[in-house]
Design a protein around this ligand. Structure first.
Ligand code: PLP
Length: 424
């Protein structure tokens, strides 16, 4: 079927909240390139959506999946355990910077991991409240939507949400929230609303993802660690987007040296196969017993095989080093654009988790979400998949495979430069 035929089916059968506004249907993909149903080629600077740090269909992962399909495709972990699950658990326990001796549970999506992380935090502390941050994004289940800060277009109007979720400011000095102010806001949230005796967890992304790729300063993370220790609150670090090598370390929190009680991860874990994990200190993870952390498909054997292959690729192909080098290349190109274009304002990167903001008035940093949208649209028309994000909708973010070939990278960056010239 071609794009036109598929679009007709989409209009007729796909729920509007689930339908992509894009009209080119992905048919095949390799590393950082995707071809649509009409045979058009796209360079993928979105990496699926931050899922493909080792590239579309990495041969080693494809082989591991094929091998697993020949053995067992499904058994429910809670009914009959299998090797892949315990091996992934062993590996994640060894590589995550969680306190003490970490134990692991697997799930299918980022939001599910967050749901379970909060579940174990509540079980371990006997407390209910959760504090999250402005600009944070944690998923589209009811609880995670309650946890999300204001991140267009996910702000919702579905009525009241379950759970006692309170919010604190995330430090974005660039938009007038200093680290001190953010910390004061957090302490105030604890004092006035959440109450330390009732608060089970403080949940944050070490680098805001959907909220605009702002890294949390290490001292801010340290201060949260101290607050959590003082009040017996679980520190939950959401690495769904920042984890698995994007920032030049396996997990972004490693840049700070802070050890959380619980971590969530998903996206680039299995090169696109659905899987997520909660990794937490053993005492905490074991607090929610009685078969409470499973599900029919959680940690499927096929996704586990893909995860183990991804971790091998990390070692064999120096993905962390490549992520750092890619980040450096992006940063230098951003700098040249900042000098050349009035609409390009603040640029930032932690490894290859890189972004810049688009503005209508550089002196006042006035966000220009419309221009960011126009750039993404024009890029798509020119064969480049590019995404915007951010609390103000004006951030252009870069999530291409870390394995992208140099010439494909340059081609994609040149498309952006041409589009910027045409738009300004
Ligand atoms: N947490 C973060 C930091 C994310 O970026 C996302 C997705 O973008 C999620 C959670 C939700 O993950 P999923 O879409 O797999 O439910």
């Amino acid at each position: 079927m071609n794009n036109a035929q598929l679009n007709e089916l989409k209009q007729r059968y796909v729920a509007s909240g689930a339908a992509s506004p894009a009209t080119a249907f992905a048919e095949r993909a390799e590393n950082a390139e995707v071809w649509d149903a009409d045979g058009n080629r796209f360079i993928d600077f979105a990496g699926g959506i931050g899922v493909l740090n080792v590239g579309h269909r990495h041969p080693k992962v494809v082989q591991a999946v094929k091998d697993q399909l020949d053995k067992v495709m499904h058994t429910c972990q809670t009914v009959m355990p299998y090797e892949g699950y315990v091996k992934v658990a062993e590996k994640l326990s060894q590589v995550t910077p969680v306190r003490g001796h970490p134990k692991v549970m697997l799930a299918n999506s980022g939001a599910e991991a967050l749901e379970n992380a909060v579940k174990v935090a509540r079980a371990a502390t006997g407390k209910n409240n959760v504090i999250c941050f402005d600009g944070g994004y944690h998923g589209r289940t009811f609880m995670t939507m309650a946890m999300n800060g204001k991140v267009a277009p996910y702000a919702t109007d579905f009525g009241s949400m379950p759970g006692n979720v309170f919010r604190a400011p995330f430090p974005v000095p660039y938009h007038g929230v200093s680290e001190d102010e953010a910390l004061r806001g957090l302490k105030m949230a604890l004092k006035t609303d959440a109450n330390p005796q009732d608060t089970a967890a403080i949940v944050l992304e070490p680098v805001l993802g959907e909220g605009g790729f702002y890294p949390a300063p290490p001292s801010f993370l340290e201060a949260i660690r101290e607050i959590c220790d003082e009040h017996g609150i679980m520190m939950i670090i959401d690495e769904v987007q920042s984890g698995f090598g994007r920032t030049g370390k396996l997990f972004a929190i490693e840049h700070s040296g802070v050890e959380p009680d619980i971590m969530t991860m998903a996206k680039s874990m299995a090169d696109g196969m659905p899987i997520s994990a909660v990794v937490g200190t053993d005492k905490v993870m074991d607090a929610s017993g009685g078969n409470s952390l499973g599900g029919t498909y959680t940690g499927s054997p096929v996704s586990c095989a893909a995860t183990l292959a991804v971790l091998e690729v990390f070692e064999e192909e120096n993905i962390l080093g490549k992520s750092q080098a890619l980040g450096d290349k992006l940063a230098s190109r951003f700098e040249s654009w900042q000098n050349a274009f009035d609409c390009i304002d603040n640029a930032r990167n932690m490894g290859a988790m890189a972004a810049f903001d688009m503005v209508s008035d550089k002196a006042n940093h006035t966000p220009d979400a419309a221009l960011a949208g126009a750039l993404c649209k024009k890029a798509r028309e020119n064969g480049l998949i590019l995404l915007s994000c951010g609390m103000y909708g004006n951030t252009i973010r870069f999530l291409m495979p870390v394995t992208i070939q140099d010439e494909v990278l340059e081609e994609g960056l040149d498309i952006i430069e041409r589009c910027l010239k045409e738009l300004t």
